[in-house]
Ligand binder design. Sequence first.
Ligand code: FMN
Length: 435
Amino acid sequence: MIHLNLFIQSRGHHEASWRHPGASTLPLTDIRFYAECARLAEAAKFDSIFLADQLALGDDVARAPRTWLEPVTALAALSMATTHIGLIGTCSTTYTEPFNLARQFASLDHITGGRIGWNIVTSWLAAAARNFGDAAQVSHADRYERAEEFMAVVKGLWDSWADDAVLDDRAHGRYLRDGALRPPNHVGAQYQVAGPLNLPRGPQGRPVFVQAGSSETGRRFAARHAEAVFTAQMEKLTAQQFYKELKALAVAEGRDPSQVVILPGLSPVIGGTEAEAQRLARELDDLSDPEVGRKRLSGRFGGHDFSHLPMDKPLSPEDFPDPDTVQAARSRTEVIVGLVRREKPTLRQLLSYLAGARGHYVTAGTPEQIADLIADWCAEGAADGFNVMPPVLPASLEVFASQVIPLLQRRGLFRTEYTAETLRGHYGLARPAVV
Ligand SMILES: Cc1cc2nc3c(=O)[nH]c(=O)nc-3n(C[C@H](O)[C@H](O)[C@H](O)COP(=O)(O)O)c2cc1C
């Protein structure tokens, strides 16, 4: 069985989606938009939905929508609009106190009846630092080092209550079982946290740990902690290499590789015929603004200035900073420079490709072709499923749900009913014991 997550972002993942007639007419601050997407995904039996987050306003907001609801708050609301689907929210290890995060996600796990996942990010966006008292961005290495200690603290907090701690014995006046609390008393380089947490363990024990770091450091972090991994891959071959390497790293960490579910991004433009799909893709491209794309590219490379590059001259890797020196989203810069090395696109062509889904796999085709691709990547060791990134929301999600999912179900590759109540259950993940 394959796994499918719906990534809800803006009015779709194509940069120009917000202007497309198939996009929702609701404001991006209206919870009904997110609820509509979540309900559509639940009706189609997706494993989960996912909300990303960044801790600063993008500097292209004048020409592109860069607003969304804070994920923890939004997921609490969406839990009441859904019954089965998993709900994954992003929260930063660099700019959050571990005690706050632990109680927010434990609360969400209780509120949702065990449907919550945490997308662990270290916050790559340079501008975020300035909103949290840091003049300069925390370096890539320091972010991951801090994240490592952060994980030890929050795991200690979620495990600080035994599963059977609460007696709630009204007759005898006993609320807690003796010895049921184990405060972590963490003292480390970054954090000093006594604990225990101030609420009982959630239905899943801990939220499902989701992670998307793909640099070498990011991969090692994922191998130690992640239970679901998002990744941006532009071709099957690199996806296979990533898949093999991450599963091997997980084994080297003493983990069962089936407990690390790998989900590359996929942004499918779907049409009744190939020509129709290509026409839809062109329609979106024509709505794109290259200057918005140029600013986003600059953000990916930590603010590097690309304004001098002509639009229609083939690019070379020398036009970009060395990814090893980038302190922002390092692995995505590797993906972009790799594409430039392979295909030598012009800046206009590169921006047009990145407008599709920011470096994730973008393809246009018929429902059969999309279902074939999904089945093929999963059969050939490139994926355990996909992080579905509809180009336009909700229109492309409706098409995916009504035309691609039934094909996968007919082939016996995707569930027709939920067989579990929790997100761990949907992804086939074990519930962690209190250690
Ligand atoms: C599907 C996906 C979703 C992501 N969501 C976020 C996010 O919400 N917030 C964020 O700061 N970073 C997000 N990232 C970025 C990753 O956390 C990570 O910083 C990035 O992939 C670069 O990896 P690296 O730091 O190991 O180089 C996301 C990445 C992917 C592939």
